[in-house]
Design a protein around this ligand. Structure first.
Ligand SMILES: NC(=O)C1=CN([C@@H]2O[C@H](COP(=O)(O)OP(=O)(O)OC[C@H]3O[C@@H](n4cnc5c(N)ncnc54)[C@H](O)[C@@H]3O)[C@@H](O)[C@H]2O)C=CC1
Ligand SMILES: O=C(O)C(=O)Cc1ccc(O)cc1
Length: 333
């Protein structure tokens, strides 16, 4: 049964008052940690959308955190996160949420990472570990190095998600069976890395480490380019519609499969494109070359060349599994 009580949470200077509903602690079967020694004493989650709220739910479901505090600039997301049991408490101002936290998780769009870190730094407990979930790592790693010089900043990126956003799209099982990449530098405190690793392991992720540059090159290819291409394809369809030829009613599974990710949050993808410009531009160039190659073969009626190209693409694609990564099992909405 859900116990609720209404209260008003007043944030720090410049913050708004957010009315929140406090839900009782979820005590799932088989919680991983006892309430006397949770993995995290006080977890602060800044950004209570899909990923931040999923981390909160995942920690709750496994009894990993003594207390979870949240912050989000959107008061509706604060209220929803509290009502869903993601956090005990939420406010608009991140500076208030991080007070007394031993782990701070930043789950805002990549473009909001630097201002958020600037805002919280003066309010962090000494020894607090700050980590993030941003899809681009070079920029966040540089900001952490600059603004968190004690080595307590651990850049991270869970490699799972979906096209939906906001706390209602969150799931406690989102990270089960997924990978999470950490990009610590030589000056990152190994104890801080271990704490973040342990947290991701406890909510179901396999943790890998690599440099931010390597990360950003890889994800420009496997994630950022596909999203850009999907948005571009929808852009081309929209141009047809603007010209009076709206063809959506004829769309079959192919177009829908291919463009699901074009329903992702535009702020998130704007920020990723701006933060990982060069690797993404390089991949767009390679994709354009691949399209040019197909253009030449189609124009030349080169059936043999087209067959070879499609057969090798089919075999390569079949080499990494089904139509999706199995995330549908974890999707709640
Ligand atoms: N959506 C996905 O599948 C994945 C997203 N990521 C990364 O996770 C981060 C969060 O993405 P999602 O949770 O999907 O987005 P979301 O849109 O669901 O959540 C973002 C939340 O941050 C809040 N927010 C935005 N600016 C803020 C600010 N300045 N201060 C406080 N709150 C702010 C928004 O109100 C929203 O509640 C992004 O950096 C994204 O690149 C990483 C892996 C997967
Ligand atoms: O919706 C999907 O399939 C995704 O690809 C989600 C996703 C988006 C951004 C990331 O950095 C990681 C995963």
């Amino acid at each position: 049964m859900r116990e609720t009580d209404e209260r008003s949470q007043q944030g720090g200077p410049g913050s708004r008052t957010v009315a929140v509903t406090v839900a009782s602690r979820i005590e799932p079967p088989g919680a991983a940690a006892s309430s006397s020694s949770p993995l995290v004493q006080r977890l602060a989650i800044i950004g209570l959308g899909l990923i931040g709220a999923s981390v909160g739910l995942a920690c709750r479901a496994r009894g990993l955190a003594g207390e979870i505090r949240g912050a989000d600039e959107d008061p509706d997301h604060c209220a929803q996160a509290v009502a869903l049991g993601v956090v005990d408490w939420a406010a608009a101002d991140a500076a208030v949420a991080v007070e007394g936290a031993d782990i701070v998780l930043l789950a805002v769009p990549v473009g909001a990472m630097e201002p958020t870190i600037k805002r919280i730094v003066p309010h962090l407990d000494s020894g607090a570990v700050v980590t993030d979930v941003g899809s681009v790592k070079g920029l966040v790693a540089a900001v952490m190095e600059r603004l968190l010089p004690g080595g307590n900043g651990v850049p991270g990126h869970p490699i799972t998600g979906r096209e939906k956003s906001g706390p209602h799209a969150a799931s406690a099982e989102l990270f089960v069976g997924s990978k999470c990449v950490l990009t610590p530098s030589a000056s990152t405190d190994p104890a801080a890395v271990l704490r973040v690793r342990t947290l991701w392991r406890a909510i179901g992720s396999e943790v890998l480490e690599m440099s931010p540059t390597r990360h950003d090159d890889i994800f420009a290819a496997v994630s950022h380019l596909p999203h850009v291409v999907s948005y571009a394809l929808m852009g081309a369809m929209l141009d047809l519609a603007d010209g009076g030829d709206d063809l959506r009613e004829f769309a079959a599974g192919g177009l829908k499969d291919f463009t699901r990710v074009a329903m992702s949050h535009p702020v998130m993808w704007r920020d990723i494109c701006l933060a990982n410009r060069q690797p993404i531009l390089k991949m767009i160039g390679q994709f354009q070359a691949a399209l040019d190659h197909l253009t030449v073969m189609i124009n030349a009626e080169d059936g043999e060349g087209l067959y070879r190209q499609f057969a090798s693409a089919k075999a390569y694609r079949e080499g990494f599994g089904n139509g999706n990564d199995g995330d549908d099992r974890k999707r709640t909405a």
